[in-house]
Design a protein around this ligand. Structure first.
Ligand SMILES: Nc1nc2c(c(=O)[nH]1)N[C@H]1C(S)=C(S)[C@@H](COP(=O)(O)O)O[C@H]1N2
Ligand SMILES: [Mo]
Length: 363
Protein backbone atom coordinates (compact mmCIF):
# COMPACT_ATOMS: atom_id res chain seq x y z
CA UNK A 1 0.00 0.00 0.00
CA UNK A 2 1.31 3.48 -0.85
CA UNK A 3 0.70 5.98 1.89
CA UNK A 4 3.19 8.67 0.95
CA UNK A 5 0.73 10.68 -1.17
CA UNK A 6 -2.12 10.65 1.34
CA UNK A 7 -2.90 13.97 2.98
CA UNK A 8 -5.84 15.57 4.76
CA UNK A 9 -8.60 16.70 2.38
CA UNK A 10 -8.59 20.45 1.85
CA UNK A 11 -12.03 22.06 2.25
CA UNK A 12 -13.47 24.11 -0.62
CA UNK A 13 -13.17 27.90 -0.02
CA UNK A 14 -16.81 28.30 1.12
CA UNK A 15 -17.24 24.84 2.70
CA UNK A 16 -18.67 24.91 6.24
CA UNK A 17 -17.40 22.71 9.09
CA UNK A 18 -19.06 19.31 8.55
CA UNK A 19 -20.85 16.89 10.89
CA UNK A 20 -17.72 14.69 10.74
CA UNK A 21 -15.61 17.58 12.03
CA UNK A 22 -18.25 18.44 14.65
CA UNK A 23 -18.23 14.80 15.86
CA UNK A 24 -14.44 14.96 16.26
CA UNK A 25 -14.67 18.31 18.04
CA UNK A 26 -17.30 16.96 20.46
CA UNK A 27 -15.10 13.95 21.36
CA UNK A 28 -11.83 15.86 21.49
CA UNK A 29 -12.57 18.87 23.64
CA UNK A 30 -10.38 21.92 24.15
CA UNK A 31 -9.43 23.64 27.40
CA UNK A 32 -11.96 26.40 28.18
CA UNK A 33 -9.69 29.45 27.94
CA UNK A 34 -10.73 30.76 31.37
CA UNK A 35 -8.78 27.74 32.72
CA UNK A 36 -5.57 29.56 31.67
CA UNK A 37 -5.86 30.91 35.26
CA UNK A 38 -4.58 27.65 36.75
CA UNK A 39 -0.82 27.02 36.97
CA UNK A 40 -1.69 23.32 36.64
CA UNK A 41 -4.84 22.49 34.67
CA UNK A 42 -7.43 20.36 36.51
CA UNK A 43 -7.64 17.07 34.51
CA UNK A 44 -11.24 17.57 33.34
CA UNK A 45 -10.30 20.96 31.87
CA UNK A 46 -7.11 19.77 30.10
CA UNK A 47 -7.60 19.45 26.32
CA UNK A 48 -8.15 15.95 24.97
CA UNK A 49 -7.20 14.31 21.71
CA UNK A 50 -7.88 10.67 20.86
CA UNK A 51 -7.39 9.49 17.24
CA UNK A 52 -9.44 6.25 17.61
CA UNK A 53 -11.22 4.91 20.77
CA UNK A 54 -10.17 5.19 24.41
CA UNK A 55 -9.06 1.60 25.12
CA UNK A 56 -10.50 -0.22 28.14
CA UNK A 57 -7.45 -1.53 30.04
CA UNK A 58 -7.25 -3.42 33.34
CA UNK A 59 -4.27 -1.87 35.17
CA UNK A 60 -3.82 -5.09 37.20
CA UNK A 61 -2.99 -7.18 34.12
CA UNK A 62 -1.35 -4.39 32.05
CA UNK A 63 2.21 -5.04 30.88
CA UNK A 64 4.81 -3.01 29.01
CA UNK A 65 7.24 -4.77 26.67
CA UNK A 66 10.63 -3.23 25.86
CA UNK A 67 12.28 -5.04 22.97
CA UNK A 68 13.59 -4.94 19.42
CA UNK A 69 17.25 -4.12 18.90
CA UNK A 70 18.26 -4.67 22.55
CA UNK A 71 20.39 -7.21 24.45
CA UNK A 72 17.80 -8.19 27.09
CA UNK A 73 14.12 -7.48 26.35
CA UNK A 74 12.05 -6.47 29.40
CA UNK A 75 8.46 -7.00 30.48
CA UNK A 76 7.21 -4.71 33.25
CA UNK A 77 3.90 -4.47 35.05
CA UNK A 78 2.59 -1.36 36.80
CA UNK A 79 4.03 -2.36 40.20
CA UNK A 80 7.49 -2.79 38.62
CA UNK A 81 7.29 0.66 36.99
CA UNK A 82 6.09 2.25 40.24
CA UNK A 83 8.97 0.59 42.14
CA UNK A 84 11.50 2.49 39.98
CA UNK A 85 12.75 6.00 40.96
CA UNK A 86 9.86 8.47 40.57
CA UNK A 87 10.19 11.81 38.78
CA UNK A 88 7.59 14.60 38.51
CA UNK A 89 7.55 17.34 35.86
CA UNK A 90 5.12 20.15 35.07
CA UNK A 91 4.67 20.13 31.30
CA UNK A 92 2.52 22.14 28.89
CA UNK A 93 1.04 19.91 26.19
CA UNK A 94 -0.37 21.32 22.96
CA UNK A 95 -1.87 19.50 19.98
CA UNK A 96 0.06 20.10 16.75
CA UNK A 97 -3.33 20.76 15.12
CA UNK A 98 -4.10 23.72 17.38
CA UNK A 99 -5.12 26.64 15.13
CA UNK A 100 -6.07 24.38 12.19
CA UNK A 101 -9.64 25.72 11.82
CA UNK A 102 -8.26 29.23 11.25
CA UNK A 103 -6.43 28.20 8.07
CA UNK A 104 -7.82 29.21 4.68
CA UNK A 105 -8.35 26.89 2.91
CA UNK A 106 -9.00 24.52 5.84
CA UNK A 107 -7.42 21.05 6.02
CA UNK A 108 -10.30 18.78 7.10
CA UNK A 109 -9.48 17.20 10.48
CA UNK A 110 -9.99 18.03 14.16
CA UNK A 111 -11.03 21.72 13.87
CA UNK A 112 -9.17 23.39 16.74
CA UNK A 113 -9.22 27.17 17.18
CA UNK A 114 -6.80 28.14 20.03
CA UNK A 115 -7.75 25.84 22.89
CA UNK A 116 -5.84 22.55 22.36
CA UNK A 117 -3.53 23.08 25.33
CA UNK A 118 -3.16 22.25 29.01
CA UNK A 119 -0.49 21.95 31.70
CA UNK A 120 -0.23 19.01 34.05
CA UNK A 121 2.10 17.67 36.72
CA UNK A 122 3.14 14.29 35.37
CA UNK A 123 4.73 11.67 37.65
CA UNK A 124 6.45 8.55 36.41
CA UNK A 125 9.86 7.10 35.85
CA UNK A 126 12.60 8.13 33.40
CA UNK A 127 12.73 6.21 30.14
CA UNK A 128 16.53 6.43 29.62
CA UNK A 129 17.60 4.12 32.50
CA UNK A 130 15.06 1.54 31.34
CA UNK A 131 16.49 1.58 27.81
CA UNK A 132 20.00 1.29 29.26
CA UNK A 133 18.88 -1.73 31.29
CA UNK A 134 17.46 -3.38 28.19
CA UNK A 135 20.88 -2.80 26.58
CA UNK A 136 20.40 -0.89 23.33
CA UNK A 137 22.61 -2.58 20.71
CA UNK A 138 25.02 -0.86 18.31
CA UNK A 139 23.30 0.37 15.18
CA UNK A 140 20.01 1.35 16.91
CA UNK A 141 18.49 4.51 15.38
CA UNK A 142 14.85 4.89 16.44
CA UNK A 143 12.58 3.93 19.35
CA UNK A 144 8.90 3.27 18.53
CA UNK A 145 6.12 3.62 21.12
CA UNK A 146 2.92 1.64 20.51
CA UNK A 147 -0.43 2.31 22.15
CA UNK A 148 -3.32 -0.11 22.81
CA UNK A 149 -5.62 1.88 20.49
CA UNK A 150 -6.31 0.79 16.92
CA UNK A 151 -8.08 2.34 13.96
CA UNK A 152 -7.85 3.43 10.36
CA UNK A 153 -6.69 6.79 9.15
CA UNK A 154 -6.83 7.89 5.52
CA UNK A 155 -7.15 4.26 4.49
CA UNK A 156 -4.31 2.91 6.65
CA UNK A 157 -5.20 0.46 9.46
CA UNK A 158 -2.82 0.87 12.39
CA UNK A 159 -2.09 0.82 16.10
CA UNK A 160 -1.35 4.37 17.26
CA UNK A 161 2.42 4.42 17.06
CA UNK A 162 5.05 7.15 17.10
CA UNK A 163 8.83 6.96 17.18
CA UNK A 164 11.59 9.18 18.56
CA UNK A 165 15.19 9.10 17.41
CA UNK A 166 17.41 7.20 19.88
CA UNK A 167 19.08 10.43 21.15
CA UNK A 168 15.65 12.05 21.73
CA UNK A 169 14.38 8.90 23.51
CA UNK A 170 17.48 8.90 25.75
CA UNK A 171 16.95 12.54 26.83
CA UNK A 172 16.67 12.63 30.63
CA UNK A 173 13.42 14.64 30.22
CA UNK A 174 11.37 11.78 28.79
CA UNK A 175 9.02 10.03 31.24
CA UNK A 176 6.82 6.97 31.41
CA UNK A 177 4.03 8.67 33.39
CA UNK A 178 1.46 6.88 35.55
CA UNK A 179 0.09 9.91 37.44
CA UNK A 180 -1.44 13.21 36.33
CA UNK A 181 -1.71 15.93 39.00
CA UNK A 182 -1.02 13.42 41.80
CA UNK A 183 -3.67 10.83 40.85
CA UNK A 184 -3.56 7.76 38.57
CA UNK A 185 -3.93 8.78 34.90
CA UNK A 186 -7.58 9.12 33.87
CA UNK A 187 -8.65 6.74 31.05
CA UNK A 188 -8.79 9.51 28.44
CA UNK A 189 -5.26 10.75 29.21
CA UNK A 190 -3.54 7.37 28.73
CA UNK A 191 -4.17 5.09 31.72
CA UNK A 192 -2.32 3.27 33.05
CA UNK A 193 0.93 4.60 31.47
CA UNK A 194 1.78 7.16 28.78
CA UNK A 195 4.89 8.75 27.37
CA UNK A 196 5.72 12.39 28.20
CA UNK A 197 8.21 14.14 25.89
CA UNK A 198 8.53 17.67 27.35
CA UNK A 199 8.61 20.44 24.73
CA UNK A 200 7.16 18.33 21.90
CA UNK A 201 3.71 18.68 20.33
CA UNK A 202 1.07 16.27 21.68
CA UNK A 203 1.39 13.49 19.08
CA UNK A 204 4.74 12.38 20.59
CA UNK A 205 3.23 11.73 24.04
CA UNK A 206 1.90 8.22 23.26
CA UNK A 207 -0.97 7.18 25.57
CA UNK A 208 -2.00 3.66 26.70
CA UNK A 209 1.54 2.38 26.13
CA UNK A 210 1.84 -1.29 25.24
CA UNK A 211 5.28 -1.67 23.66
CA UNK A 212 8.59 0.11 23.23
CA UNK A 213 10.59 -1.15 20.24
CA UNK A 214 14.18 -0.17 19.48
CA UNK A 215 14.97 -0.46 15.76
CA UNK A 216 18.13 -0.47 13.68
CA UNK A 217 16.27 0.97 10.66
CA UNK A 218 14.49 4.35 10.49
CA UNK A 219 10.85 4.10 11.62
CA UNK A 220 8.42 4.59 8.72
CA UNK A 221 5.04 4.37 10.52
CA UNK A 222 2.09 6.52 9.39
CA UNK A 223 2.14 9.01 12.30
CA UNK A 224 5.82 9.90 11.69
CA UNK A 225 6.16 9.51 7.93
CA UNK A 226 2.76 10.76 6.71
CA UNK A 227 0.55 12.44 9.31
CA UNK A 228 2.75 14.86 11.26
CA UNK A 229 4.55 16.58 8.40
CA UNK A 230 4.68 20.20 7.23
CA UNK A 231 3.89 19.86 3.53
CA UNK A 232 3.06 22.66 1.12
CA UNK A 233 2.00 20.20 -1.59
CA UNK A 234 1.60 16.46 -2.16
CA UNK A 235 5.12 16.32 -3.65
CA UNK A 236 7.00 18.24 -0.93
CA UNK A 237 10.57 16.86 -0.86
CA UNK A 238 11.00 13.97 1.60
CA UNK A 239 7.31 14.18 2.54
CA UNK A 240 7.87 17.54 4.28
CA UNK A 241 9.59 18.56 7.52
CA UNK A 242 8.58 16.43 10.52
CA UNK A 243 6.50 18.16 13.23
CA UNK A 244 8.52 18.09 16.46
CA UNK A 245 8.73 20.84 19.11
CA UNK A 246 6.03 23.30 20.16
CA UNK A 247 6.24 26.71 18.45
CA UNK A 248 5.81 29.80 20.67
CA UNK A 249 2.27 30.91 21.56
CA UNK A 250 0.60 33.33 23.98
CA UNK A 251 -3.08 33.27 24.97
CA UNK A 252 -5.20 35.82 26.85
CA UNK A 253 -7.42 34.89 29.80
CA UNK A 254 -10.74 36.11 28.36
CA UNK A 255 -11.48 39.40 30.18
CA UNK A 256 -14.94 40.54 31.37
CA UNK A 257 -17.89 38.33 30.43
CA UNK A 258 -18.85 36.58 27.17
CA UNK A 259 -21.78 36.66 24.80
CA UNK A 260 -23.20 33.10 24.72
CA UNK A 261 -23.09 32.58 20.94
CA UNK A 262 -20.24 34.73 19.67
CA UNK A 263 -18.04 34.63 22.81
CA UNK A 264 -17.38 38.34 22.23
CA UNK A 265 -16.16 39.83 25.54
CA UNK A 266 -17.85 42.74 27.33
CA UNK A 267 -16.10 44.75 30.04
CA UNK A 268 -16.34 48.04 31.89
CA UNK A 269 -14.18 51.05 31.03
CA UNK A 270 -11.26 51.85 33.34
CA UNK A 271 -7.96 50.24 34.23
CA UNK A 272 -7.95 46.57 33.24
CA UNK A 273 -5.30 44.01 34.13
CA UNK A 274 -4.99 41.60 31.24
CA UNK A 275 -3.20 38.34 31.85
CA UNK A 276 -2.58 35.00 30.26
CA UNK A 277 -0.05 32.27 29.56
CA UNK A 278 2.73 31.79 27.05
CA UNK A 279 5.02 28.89 26.20
CA UNK A 280 7.47 27.53 23.65
CA UNK A 281 8.98 24.08 23.32
CA UNK A 282 11.53 24.97 20.65
CA UNK A 283 13.47 27.66 22.60
CA UNK A 284 13.23 29.54 25.91
CA UNK A 285 10.53 32.21 26.00
CA UNK A 286 11.90 35.77 26.07
CA UNK A 287 8.88 38.15 25.86
CA UNK A 288 5.14 38.58 25.45
CA UNK A 289 3.65 41.59 23.64
CA UNK A 290 0.08 42.78 23.75
CA UNK A 291 -2.02 44.70 21.24
CA UNK A 292 -5.49 46.15 21.80
CA UNK A 293 -5.88 47.35 18.18
CA UNK A 294 -5.70 44.09 16.26
CA UNK A 295 -1.90 44.08 15.95
CA UNK A 296 -1.39 47.67 14.66
CA UNK A 297 0.63 48.57 17.79
CA UNK A 298 2.22 46.47 20.52
CA UNK A 299 3.28 46.99 24.15
CA UNK A 300 5.49 44.69 26.22
CA UNK A 301 3.77 42.60 28.88
CA UNK A 302 5.38 41.55 32.18
CA UNK A 303 6.49 37.95 31.89
CA UNK A 304 6.31 35.73 34.96
CA UNK A 305 9.15 33.30 35.75
CA UNK A 306 9.37 29.81 34.28
CA UNK A 307 8.58 27.37 37.07
CA UNK A 308 10.02 24.65 34.83
CA UNK A 309 11.44 24.83 31.31
CA UNK A 310 8.42 23.19 29.65
CA UNK A 311 5.64 24.65 31.82
CA UNK A 312 3.80 27.75 30.58
CA UNK A 313 4.67 31.19 31.96
CA UNK A 314 2.10 33.68 33.21
CA UNK A 315 2.12 37.24 31.84
CA UNK A 316 0.24 40.44 32.74
CA UNK A 317 -0.31 43.85 31.16
CA UNK A 318 -2.25 46.93 32.21
CA UNK A 319 -4.75 48.56 29.84
CA UNK A 320 -6.59 51.90 30.23
CA UNK A 321 -9.79 50.81 28.50
CA UNK A 322 -12.03 53.56 27.07
CA UNK A 323 -15.51 52.72 25.70
CA UNK A 324 -15.33 51.25 22.19
CA UNK A 325 -14.67 48.14 20.12
CA UNK A 326 -11.25 46.44 20.34
CA UNK A 327 -9.36 43.40 19.19
CA UNK A 328 -6.85 42.07 21.73
CA UNK A 329 -3.82 40.11 20.50
CA UNK A 330 -1.03 38.53 22.53
CA UNK A 331 2.23 37.49 20.89
CA UNK A 332 4.99 35.31 22.35
CA UNK A 333 8.65 35.65 21.44
CA UNK A 334 11.26 33.01 22.12
CA UNK A 335 15.02 32.91 21.53
CA UNK A 336 14.34 31.95 17.88
CA UNK A 337 11.76 34.64 17.03
CA UNK A 338 8.21 36.00 17.21
CA UNK A 339 4.89 34.25 16.89
CA UNK A 340 3.58 35.02 13.36
CA UNK A 341 0.62 37.34 12.78
CA UNK A 342 -0.32 35.51 9.55
CA UNK A 343 -1.11 31.78 9.66
CA UNK A 344 1.69 29.45 8.48
CA UNK A 345 -0.25 27.22 6.02
CA UNK A 346 0.48 23.53 5.35
CA UNK A 347 -1.57 20.61 4.01
CA UNK A 348 -2.30 18.96 7.38
CA UNK A 349 -2.93 22.21 9.23
CA UNK A 350 -0.13 21.63 11.74
CA UNK A 351 1.70 24.07 14.04
CA UNK A 352 -0.43 27.13 13.16
CA UNK A 353 0.75 29.42 15.95
CA UNK A 354 -0.60 32.68 14.46
CA UNK A 355 -1.48 35.26 17.14
CA UNK A 356 -4.84 34.93 18.88
CA UNK A 357 -7.49 37.64 18.26
CA UNK A 358 -10.04 38.41 21.00
CA UNK A 359 -12.89 40.80 20.09
CA UNK A 360 -13.86 43.00 23.05
CA UNK A 361 -16.55 45.64 23.68
CA UNK A 362 -15.69 48.16 26.42
CA UNK A 363 -18.85 49.88 27.80
N1 LIG B 1 -2.08 6.02 21.94
C1 LIG B 1 -2.36 7.29 21.59
N2 LIG B 1 -1.58 8.29 22.06
C2 LIG B 1 -1.84 9.57 21.73
C3 LIG B 1 -2.90 9.89 20.86
C4 LIG B 1 -3.72 8.83 20.40
O1 LIG B 1 -4.70 9.03 19.66
N3 LIG B 1 -3.41 7.55 20.78
N4 LIG B 1 -3.10 11.20 20.49
C5 LIG B 1 -1.91 12.05 20.54
C6 LIG B 1 -2.19 13.44 20.28
S1 LIG B 1 -2.37 13.89 18.65
C7 LIG B 1 -2.21 14.38 21.28
S2 LIG B 1 -2.41 16.01 20.91
C8 LIG B 1 -2.05 13.99 22.69
C9 LIG B 1 -3.20 14.49 23.54
O2 LIG B 1 -2.99 14.19 24.88
P1 LIG B 1 -4.16 14.45 25.93
O3 LIG B 1 -5.43 13.90 25.33
O4 LIG B 1 -3.75 13.79 27.18
O5 LIG B 1 -4.27 15.95 26.08
O6 LIG B 1 -1.97 12.59 22.86
C10 LIG B 1 -1.20 11.92 21.88
N5 LIG B 1 -1.04 10.53 22.23
MO1 LIG C 1 -2.56 16.20 18.57
Amino acid sequence: MTVAGEAARIAAPDEAVSLDELRLAARNHGMPLEALRYDVTPPGLHYLLVHYDIPFIDPASWQLRVGGHVRSPLVLDLAALRARPAVSRTVTLECAGNGRARLVPRPVSQPWLDEAVGTARWTGTSLAPLLREAGVLDGAVDVAFTGHDHGTERGVEQDYQRALSLPDALSEDVLLAYEMNGAPLPPQHGAPVRLIVPGWYGMAHVKWLREITVSDAPFTGFQNAVAYRLRQSADSPGGGEPVTRIQPRALVIPPGFPDFMTRRRVLDAGQVTLSGRAWSGRAPLTAVSLSTDGGASWTTATLGPATERHAWHSWTATWQAAPGEYELCARATDAEGDQPVDPPWNMQGMANNMVQRVPVTVR
